[in-house]
Design a protein around this ligand. Structure first.
Ligand SMILES: CC(C)(COP(=O)(O)OP(=O)(O)OC[C@H]1O[C@@H](n2cnc3c(N)ncnc32)[C@H](O)[C@@H]1OP(=O)(O)O)[C@@H](O)C(=O)NCCC(=O)NCCS
Length: 220
């Protein structure tokens, strides 16, 4: 079994721990986090250091793969990019809950996380470091670009494209054949029926532009 490390120790990290345990594909050697003291335990796993100690801890704990368990899409992207710059050969674990339904021909990028109850249909493509939260749906031929996320119960229709770092909020629906731009946020409960330019916040039924966003702005 491979040894893995988790970066982050939030509620999102707890869900990822559950997925890795139920996949039974990797042994969790510990977590790296800034907020908790070294030695604190999250679901029985110790905080063993800080992100800047990653190279040394990779050797010390014979780590094969890591997963960046940070829910905010932009922060996750920044952390992954800094790790890639310093350790270009490092591998990222892809966590797929055994109770997710993923069609056989779906492509899934490294570091992505697929939670319980998710459905991903035929010929959909999931980029790297994406998050598909509980019970979200990515329909056939849809594309979730790198660092994008679907919140619980979000649904993306067939052949729709969700841009890099975009977040589709809880229970929101995006109909088929649209493009949601990079770093957009679709508010909880929205019904999106038109494509959306980059860096927009949209919401409502049918969804309208609420305002533009700045890169890295918080949305939780
Ligand atoms: C949209 C959201 C990001 C808030 O953004 P914000 O810029 O802080 O928004 P504000 O609360 O300042 O509200 C701005 C306007 O948007 C409206 N708005 C906020 N959330 C909305 C929603 N879900 N649907 C429709 N309109 C919404 C507000 O009513 C307000 O309208 P007004 O200017 O006419 O009064 C947030 O409400 C949301 O939906 N987040 C997604 C949460 C989620 O899915 N979490 C997943 C956890 S796993």
């Amino acid at each position: 079994m491979k040894n893995c490390l988790i970066i982050g120790a939030s509620g999102h990290a707890k869900v990822i721990i559950d997925i890795i345990e139920s996949q039974n594909a990797a042994k969790i050697m510990g977590l790296l986090d800034l907020q908790h003291p070294i030695g604190a335990r999250i679901k029985g796993y110790a905080i063993i250091g800080r992100q800047e100690q990653l190279p040394q801890l990779m050797t010390e704990y014979a780590i094969d793969e890591i997963v960046v368990a940070i829910g905010d899409n932009f922060i996750r992207q920044r952390v992954v990019e800094s790790i890639r710059q310093n350790q270009p050969t490092l591998r990222f674990l892809t966590a797929i809950h055994p109770r997710a339904t993923v069609a056989a021909n779906v492509a899934i990028g490294e570091g992505s996380v697929i939670m319980a109850g998710v459905t991903v249909n035929s010929d959909a493509v999931i980029g790297a470091h994406c998050i598909l939260n509980s019970n979200s749906v990515l329909e056939h031929d849809a594309l979730l670009e790198d660092f994008a996320s679907l919140a619980p119960q979000a649904a993306v229709g067939g052949a729709t494209r969700i841009g890099v770092g975009a977040a589709v909020g809880m229970g929101a629906s995006v109909i088929q054949c649209l493009t949601i731009g990079k770093h957009c946020v679709v508010a909880a409960g929205a019904a999106v029926i038109d494509s959306v330019e980059d860096l927009m916040l949209v919401g409502g039924v049918p969804a309208k532009i609420i305002r533009s966003r700045s890169l890295g702005e918080k949305y939780f």
